[in-house]
Design a protein around this ligand. Structure first.
Ligand code: 1CP
Length: 331
């Protein structure tokens, strides 16, 4: 067992585990150096490069989790969709009917992801947990309908309110595809998988409860590994989120973590939730924020320390080190 696995199982550990979302990325000089020689997509497609990028933040900071380097859009390319990155994903917007008619995920076309996971699993120290991931159906649907990220996600919101049979079929298509993709990741060595529902928080609670959470649940149910569901901005629906049946839930920085945990239920694990902006301040403020975070979850098992969303690309390296050291030195 590892600290992350024990914590997700609500078992005691010597200290809390810590990793950060987007830890393999542009704030790291060694990542920027590799990316100056390979495009983003080349780096994902080549398991040796993807594994190297996955391991960079482990070597530098000693995180307890190694999240595989890929993107939530990677498996859509194995469903026949052309995606370019600039730097976020761009694709041709599709209708619900077209999405429902997409071919099933071709596992051979994501075999490189399985190989990356095998390489990472073979290379990480035994106490580091290998984390796989996928985008949640609602968030993938947002990109497919709009063709890119956006501020308002009006095509997604309109489709969810309309609630047509084509919407249900599109969500089923994406849930099934992500279930197959995550199953492959677990078979290849992922010890935990996280489902990113990055844009679900824009929806009203009733649509999360009737459409988004059931679709997420379908993607996660029956996997042979613990699961984490993360929907930043969805604090208004924490009370019903556990209907998904995940092992743990990520929460963003908008809500104090102790309050979030009570809303979720303290018999499930929680992950989070330092504001990534705190890592842009200075080591003293980071120490104070960590002390507050740990105080709020003291006396209970089940807290995986993380940020409330991805690390910002301008984060100073010494601040990341101060954050990790503050967790490791606390008791
Ligand atoms: O130029 C570059 O180097 C590309 C920047 C980049 C990176 C480093 C993108 C484009 N994706 C990634 C890697 C990535 N994406 C990981 C790697 C593992 C790690 O966490 O270290 C992960 C887990 C993701 C997941 C992802 N991609 C999410 C969910 C997490 C979140 O932040 O909410 C989302 C929404 C995406 C879409 C995406 N891909 C890239 C960007 C910049 C974005 C978001 C912005 C947009 O939609 O325009």
């Amino acid at each position: 067992m590892t600290r992350v696995l024990d914590t997700l199982a609500l078992e005691p550990t010597d200290r809390r585990p810590v990793w950060v979302m987007r830890q393999a990325g542009r704030y790291l000089p060694e990542y920027r150096e590799l990316r100056s020689r390979h495009t983003f997509q080349e780096s994902i497609l080549d398991p040796k490069i993807a594994a190297e990028i996955t391991l960079q933040p482990i070597r530098r900071f000693g995180f307890d989790g190694a999240i595989m380097f890929a993107d939530i859009m990677t498996p859509l390319e194995a469903m026949g969709i052309d995606v370019v990155f600039d730097p976020g994903p761009k694709l041709r917007p599709m209708s619900l009917a077209e999405i429902a008619d997409l071919p099933d995920l071709d596992l051979d076309r994501v075999a490189h992801v399985a190989e990356t996971l095998r390489l990472v699993r073979g290379d990480v120290p035994d106490d580091v947990t290998v984390i796989g991931f996928a985008g949640a159906p609602t968030t993938l649907l947002a990109y497919l309908l709009e063709g890119s990220g956006s501020k308002e996600y009006l095509p997604l919101r309109t489709a969810m309110h309309a609630g047509t049979p084509e919407l249900d079929a599109a969500l089923v298509k994406l849930s099934n595809a992500m279930h197959a993709y995550l199953t492959m990741q677990v078979d290849a060595g992922a010890q935990v998988v996280q489902l990113f529902d990055s844009w679900a928080g824009i929806l009203p609670r009733h649509l999360l409860e009737t459409l988004t959470f059931p679709a997420a649940s379908a993607a996660l149910t029956g996997l042979d590994a613990p699961t984490i569901y993360f929907a930043p901005g969805a604090g208004h629906a924490l009370g019903s989120m556990r209907s998904i049946g995940a092992t743990g839930y990520g929460v963003d920085w908008r809500i104090p973590i102790d309050e979030a945990w009570v809303k979720l239920g303290t018999d499930v694990a929680i992950q989070g939730n330092l504001d990534p902006a705190i890592l842009l301040t200075d080591p003293d403020r980071i120490q104070a924020a960590v002390t507050d975070l740990l105080r709020r979850t003291a006396g209970r098992q089940g807290h995986v320390v993380n940020l409330g969303h991805g690390i910002d690309r301008h984060t100073p390296l010494e601040n990341v080190a101060a954050f990790v050291d503050a967790i490791k030195e606390a008791h």
